[in-house]
Design a protein around this ligand. Structure first.
Ligand code: GTQ
Length: 328
């Protein structure tokens, strides 16, 4: 047996005969595994996503210009997407997660729809924002979290007496498309007629609570330094594929480094500090957004007291038995 084979990794040199053989394979929709085995079976996860920080001061001018260039009605969702340079073809911010910043002026709204992708919104600024989820209308203020779980009808808007509102959308669109399981439907009404949603015998795979007010979450966070948004019925994650949390970092404090399978997208809810992600250091301030790819070692520190909001695909990882964690 050749020594190279001991590693179980391919080590084949091209010859003119082999090259001709590869071309013929390709013509038959076939391929030689040994040419790609090292790539498709890596020793450990090799995400195409790269650690990325989007500074709010760089995003903001584009967000403000969008309403001047395109109406909310025509755009349907007027969102500036945050696209990871390594995951452009999937419109992913990292791995299986999508994120974008949506802007809406007073009196504007999006038409009602639903999709298989699970979604959440973290309000960044403004007064008068609302979301209607399966007929239940909720008012939203800065740093409130609202869920629009997979399959729920939703439309959003800003009341005529409000101010321009900006929020971060987080969805598992790349996961749904990777699984070829995405669906999209338009509601028969442009906007839903608000009503009362019955929660009796709740058996949906997501939280019956859709709105998580900032004041309550922040009060709980102050006690524990970590606050996981949970399904109050099960104590489990808010949605089957997406989890979310707040982390409180006291001034000068730094977390230990670790890595895990699954990606996370962060938004700086308050304060300033830094993160080391995959060996790179990023300095962040309020409203900055950053992405941690799967298996990238990471840790955070605060220059002044900071609160980090984040969402992740860990529920999907856990449901499939794929969650692994290790020290960084
Ligand atoms: O509001 O449901 O940013 O479907 C991207 C896709 C928001 C939404 C996005 C969506 C939505």
């Amino acid at each position: 047996m050749k020594r190279e084979n001991v590693t179980g990794r391919a080590n084949v040199e091209d010859t003119p005969e082999l090259e001709a053989y590869y071309r013929e394979l390709e013509g038959e929709a076939l391929g030689a595994l040994w040419n790609v085995a090292n790539e498709i079976e890596p020793w450990y996860p090799q995400p195409k996503s790269v650690p990325t920080l989007w500074k709010w001061r760089r995003i903001e001018p584009f967000v403000r210009r969008a309403p001047e260039l395109v109406s909310a009605e025509k755009a349907a969702r007027r969102v500036v997407m945050l696209v990871n340079p390594g995951r452009k073809e999937w419109s992913a911010a990292a791995g299986l997660l999508y994120t974008g910043v949506q802007v809406m002026n007073p009196g504007e709204f999006t038409s009602a729809h639903r999709h298989q992708a699970s979604a959440l919104r973290f309000i960044m600024e403004g007064r008068g924002a609302y979301t209607t989820v399966d007929g239940e209308r909720m008012s939203l203020g800065a740093r409130d979290l609202v869920l629009t779980p997979n399959g729920t009808w939703h439309d959003h808007g800003v009341e005529a007496g409000g101010t321009q509102c900006v929020w971060q959308d987080g969805l598992d669109i790349p996961l749904m498309n990777s699984l070829d399981a995405n669906f999209y439907e338009v509601h028969p009404q442009v906007v839903q007629t608000p009503g009362k949603l019955s929660r009796e015998n709740w058996s949906k795979p997501y939280s019956p609570q859709f709105k998580y007010a900032w004041d309550e979450a922040y009060a709980a966070l102050k006690k524990d330094a970590i606050y996981e948004y949970r399904n109050p019925l099960t104590g489990g994650p808010i949605m089957p594929t997406i989890g979310a949390q707040l982390e409180l970092l006291r001034k000068g404090e730094a977390t230990g480094a670790h890595r895990h399978t699954g990606s996370a997208i962060y938004q700086v809810a308050q304060g300033s500090g830094w993160s080391e992600i995959g060996g790179e250091r990023f300095e962040w301030e309020e409203k900055d957004i950053f992405a941690i790819p799967s298996w990238a070692p990471h840790r955070h520190g605060a220059s002044e007291e900071a609160v980090l909001f984040s969402f992740n695909d860990l529920p999907a990882m856990r449901a499939l038995g794929l969650y692994r964690e290790a020290p960084g």
